[in-house]
Write a protein that binds this ligand. Structure first.
Ligand code: NAD
Ligand code: DAU
Length: 337
């Protein structure tokens, strides 16, 4: 009998890719997904996950009774917390839900770990907790020792959750690990984020809204490489440690947008420069030395291959994202409970 894992936020982008990754890699593991199905959660995304070792529970991680009852019933070996409000622009418009889900939700899960003696809690965090790096210092990278220095309500909520996770470890001995990953891309990413947004707009011949000059830099990682890192950290990572995850794949936004337009065969005249994001982080860049040295993790997918796979996936799965654009996906509630 394999492990029994609680995957929170598994109807979202990275959580669902993690469920599929783990089903391929560890078919004997039981995976229980709890997801509140916010605007970002989509049950269609999990259509192919159903099997005897998978259970979906509709629920909010801030619902203490529900989470505790589930933990009591399932006796989990591990909780991997993906559930979050994840979009920076939305956090600028309305920060409150970010604080509730990202901080208080994390607290409920940590309390559940302590109460039910769950042997590992993994917090899926982000490189955004380190703030940003200047554009004219390509020699600088985020290490695990870079001070927390956040820019947006989203990153502040993720940093708060990280601090809480480490505080639970020190005060209560909760067996935790944290991963801080760079920007992910791949299948099932909600089309509000840069890459799927630009793919869907380019396919529809609509203007592609690039914030400011498009010179901000992100460090892109194919989502399966992130899932692999989480699997390795939860198996062999040291309790109480933070691991940065990224593959030295820095690109300016305009470069990414041009790559997409070229691959789809559309004209660069679709690019429209729009008002910049307030507080816009300039550059993210991960130093992955620790995870490489300690766990022998390395990304497998190069950006050129990953972006081609991603564009192909969006071309072959137009129904998935068109149901999102039309809002139809919100009506689908075919879960087992
Ligand atoms: P996403 O927005 O695609 O998915 C989030 C999921 O969480 C959705 O299914 C949503 O329904 C669910 N959810 C939201 N609030 C909930 C609640 N209160 N209770 C239960 N479920 C809830 O996000 P994503 O891009 O897959 O990110 C997953 C995690 O990875 C987040 O914690 C994010 O901070 C982190 N992260 C993301 C990236 C990235 O590039 N996308 C990079 C590094 C870290
Ligand atoms: O670094 C990890 C983070 O990456 C995660 O923690 C977040 O959950 C995830 O959303 C992502 O944050 P970003 O803000 O970097 O991702 P986003 O796709 O929103 O934007 C990427 C870059 O593209 C950023 O510099 C802003 C720019 N952008 C974005 C959108 C949506 C545009 O120029 N136009 C757009 O329409």
């Amino acid at each position: 009998m394999g492990k029994n894992i609680l995957v929170t936020g598994g109807a979202g982008f990275i959580g669902s890719n993690y469920i599929y990754y783990m089903q391929r890699k560890h078919p004997d593991y039981r995976l229980v997904c709890i997801d509140a199905l916010t605007y970002a959660g989509n049950l269609h995304t999990l259509d192919n996950a159903a099997n005897g070792n998978f259970r979906f529970v509709l629920g909010d991680i801030t619902d203490r009774d529900l989470v505790f009852n589930l933990c009591k019933e399932e006796k989990f070996d591990l909780i991997v917390n993906f559930a979050a409000e994840s979009h920076v622009d939305r956090s600028i418009e309305n920060p409150e839900i970010f604080l509730k889900t990202n901080i208080l939700g994390t607290q409920v899960l940590l309390d559940a770990c302590n109460k039910f003696d769950i042997s590992r809690y993994h917090q899926v965090s982000t490189d955004e907790v380190y703030g940003d790096l200047p554009l004219d210092r390509p020699d600088l990278f985020f290490t695990e020792n870079t001070p927390i220095h956040t820019s947006s309500p989203y990153s502040a909520s993720k940093a708060s959750a990280d601090l809480l996770v480490m505080a639970y470890h020190r005060t209560f001995g909760t067996p935790v690990t944290i991963s801080r990953c760079s920007n992910n891309y791949g299948p099932y990413q909600f089309p509000e984020k840069l890459i799927p947004l630009m793919i869907s707009k380019a396919l529809a011949d609509e203007p592609l809204p690039v914030y400011g000059e498009g010179l901000n830099v992100r460090d892109w990682l194919y989502v399966d490489d992130h899932c692999k890192a989480i699997d390795m950290i939860t198996q062999n990572g040291k309790i109480g440690e933070v691991y940065n995850v990224g593959g030295h794949n820095e690109k300016t936004n305009i470069e990414v947008v041009r790559t997409i337009l070229k691959a789809i065969g559309k004209d660069e005249s679709l690019i429209t420069h729009v008002k910049d994001r307030p507080g816009h982080d300039r550059r993210y860049a991960i130093d992955p030395t620790k995870i490489k040295t300690e766990l022998d993790w390395e990304p497998e997918t190069k950006f050129n291959d990953g972006i081609a796979l991603t564009i192909e996936w969006y071309l072959n799965n137009t129904e998935w994202w068109q149901k999102i654009l039309s809002g139809e996906y919100r009506e689908y509630r075919n879960f087992g409970g």
